[in-house]
Design a protein around this ligand. Sequence first.
Ligand code: FDA
Length: 328
Amino acid sequence: MVIRHSPGLDRFEYQKKCTEVLRKILLYVSENDFLKSKLPQMKFVKNARSRFMPGETLQEALEAAVDLQQKGAMSVFTLLGESVEDATEAEGVVGHYQQVLLEITNRRLTSEISLKLTQIGVDIDRRLASSNLNIILECAERLGLFVWIDIEGSQYTDITTEIYEEAVANHPNVGLCLQAYLYRTDSDIDRILSLHPAIRLVKGAYLESPEIAFPTKTAVDRNYLKLADKLLSVQARGEARIVFATHDNQIIASIIESLELHKELTVTDLEFHMLYGVSRSTQTSLLEEGSQVGVLIAYGSAWFPWYMRRLAERPANLWFVLRKVFSN
Ligand code: FDA
């Protein structure tokens, strides 16, 4: 697709259209099997992953968490990988997360974990994923720790919300990520509110059709703020733990301003989560103001699709990759 800079299109609109096309290309690459297997082997692509990851190993992730803790931030560990289609591999992921929970306890870290149901077998059998999740939740419960469930592409929204609803009925230490770009999220929130849930609100990182998702950034942002307002009311009543996972400074400022309308809450009740390596100065300011900040630390060798989704969020990040090409 070629976008011509026609006189009818002002500079801002033209840039917006180019960014949107680039975003679609990057999201396409993130799901293309051939590119997924070839590109990560290239040295410059490997080097560029440092933009969002302290390293591929758990050890490197744990060291990054110590550093963050010294700065007053909490960390959330996530092992990269999705689409696990083998029960033994899924079992390995369960064992790995149990090890992470033990490491968090032994090192006295203020940390949580975040996992994808496709990593623990949802594509093989729904019951297998539920039972694997239970094993992880029971281990976390014994250690007094908390587990987040990521939300993936829309083909998984039903099954993820259903498995979450079953899990939270027995384990209060589990939270669910929900995407503001989906039209359905408002009613998903209404349905799960009675369960005293923990909700991490994000904008959404996958390529979705306008039939099911708001197609423009403006509309997604508007819906994010609408949902944030609803969630703050619930938090004010003490009926849920709410996390706003965003780097969007305008959204963060609007949420803080909206405390005027939620007088039971103060800035110290607000919890924001961000990605490792992104918006560090915003993290510092929020910590200075007294809000709680969590940083998602991703690690593992299967980082490519996740990494491409990060580039798609801000195509300007491509300059970082290009700098790595020319510095090698
Ligand atoms: P937006 O994309 O509008 O960006 C606002 C500004 O933030 C940008 O202008 C830029 O300055 C900065 N920024 C954002 N992303 C950046 C990046 N990658 N690199 C550099 N700067 C960047 N999604 C999902 O579908 N399921 C999930 O489970 C999760 N989980 C999750 C956990 C956590 C802790 C975070 C922070 C995010 C997710 N996401 C997610 C990703 C989320 O849906 C969304 O794609 C990104 O957070 C980017 O959206 P923002 O809200 O930051 O706004």
